[in-house]
Design a protein around this ligand. Structure first.
Ligand code: NZQ
Ligand code: ZN
Length: 389
């Protein structure tokens, strides 16, 4: 581990069946006015809404609501929510939902007391908040993004065709507390469950496929990936398996709460490609990642061959005896492809609505990252996107 770093994660987690009961003691730390933020109604169908509202009432809170936060939340929805939170004089933003709802709550949190345009400030200029940040708490209902324990917030602007994530350096943007009850995730449709599983896997890959030094983060990553493969195969056959679903939930948190990025430059180019596809199609986040991953990894493999060999051996149990490094690395990626197909992930961007004439526009929306094994040129982005069709 050769890099220097700082590590601090202030989010308090409550994990397990019935964990929501703990929010009472958290709510006491904040003022009266709570803005409850949720998506398009799944929490009303599965009873989570009623449970949370009851606790808020017992704690004597005045509750306002921002409902209808869509998957891949938009900047227009952000402006709307900021007005609601201002009017409510929010003391706490309580997000109840998946990554979209949690990310959105953070975006509102940094915008309520900000007199500049939040899109320009946070998602174009990538500035840190210079105003007071409203505290956020999360009750997680969908597993994948890690938003419950990080300072990331992804917002989509359909006008400029940009889907942009800002990982805030300011720790006050991180949720103050998050509730992780695996039973809350049991009503997820299969499509969302597997999209989330691939999101987790790719978060780990994005951090793992960078750097050459012997780094404890890589060993932690391999452990997380092995656990995820094991549990995902069980959950894929038996979606109601609590043990598998709880392991997946906990893996998701550790995959993207800054732990496994310590000491690493990190890549994130799969996310940049996936987010560009998302900006043009509004497709499910995890599926956009699945559809761009293999062509991208096959493209960069020669530049990071040693790590791809290690990935094949340590994560996919490829036996290297009598094989060249290229063969071992390719077998690893083939095993990954097999697992992705077993889960039923979307493997092509054309299956997410991308047509040939959209490729140049998607390339325009793709940010180029510097920390991986190969910094992509514009031509390489177009080539990889074409290979994803
Ligand atoms: O809107 P509702 O009705 O709640 O339905 C949601 C939504 O349709 C549904 N859902 C959630 N919990 C459910 C449920 N349905 C039944 N039962 C439940 N218990 O699932 C659908 C997807 O939800 P969403 O929140 O959009 O999914 P996810 O958690 O994957 O979040 C995706 C967003 O997070 C961003 C993505 O770009 C995307 O905008 N990301 C955030 C990151 C971060 N903060 O660090 C990193 C990620 O890489 C990612 O970019
Ligand atoms: Zn992701």
């Amino acid at each position: 581990m050769l890099g220097n770093f700082t590590y601090c994660n202030p989010t308090k987690l409550y994990f397990g069946k019935g964990a929501v009961k703990n929010i009472g003691k958290e709510l006491k730390k904040y003022g009266r006015n709570v803005v409850l933020i949720y998506g398009n109604g799944s929490i009303k169908k599965n009873g989570i809404y009623d449970e949370v509202v009851k606790i808020l009432a017992e704690c004597g809170k005045t509750v306002s609501e921002i409902a209808g936060v869509m998957p891949n939340p938009t900047v227009d929805k952000l402006y709307e929510g900021v007005e609601i939170a201002r009017k409510a004089k929010a003391d706490l933003l309580l997000a109840v939902g998946g990554g979209s709802v949690c990310d959105y709550a953070k975006a509102v949190a940094v915008s309520v007391n900000c007199d500049e345009d939040p899109w320009e400030k946070y998602y174009v200029r990538f500035e840190e908040p210079t105003c007071e940040v409203v505290p956020v708490g999360c009750v997680l209902t969908m597993v994948g993004t890690g938003s419950e324990m990080n300072a990331g917030s992804v917002i989509t602007n359909h006008k400029t065709k940009m889907k942009v994530g800002h990982v805030f350096a300011d720790e006050s943007v991180m949720p103050r507390f998050s509730v992780l009850d695996p039973t809350y995730t049991l009503t997820l449709p299969h499509y969302q469950m597997v999209a989330g599983i691939y999101d987790i896997f790719n978060h780990i890959c994005e951090q793992y496929f960078s750097g050459e030094d012997d780094c404890v983060s890589d060993y932690l990553s391999e452990g997380l990936m092995r656990s995820l493969l094991h549990s995902s195969r069980i959950a894929n056959k038996d979606m109601q398996n609590y043990e598998a679903r709880s392991n997946i939930m906990w893996t998701a948190t550790w995959a993207l709460n800054t732990l496994v990025s310590r000491g690493k430059t990190t890549d994130w180019e799969v996310h940049m490609l996936g987010q560009a596809v998302g900006a043009h199609t509004d497709a499910t986040h995890g599926m956009t990642l699945a559809a761009v991953s293999l062509p991208y990894y096959r493209h960069i493999m020669p530049y990071g061959l040693k790590k791809f060999v290690r990935f094949a051996k340590e994560v996919w149990n490829v036996d290297p005896a009598g094989k060249t490094d290229e063969q071992v690395a390719n077998e690893g990626l083939a095993a990954m492809e097999g697992w992705m197909k077993e889960l039923g992930l979307v493997m092509k961007i054309s299956d997410l609505g991308v047509t040939e004439d959209m490729i140049e526009g998607i390339a325009d929306s793709t940010l180029v990252m510097q920390g991986g094994y190969k910094v992509l040129t514009r031509d390489e982005i177009v080539q990889v996107l074409k290979e994803c069709m």
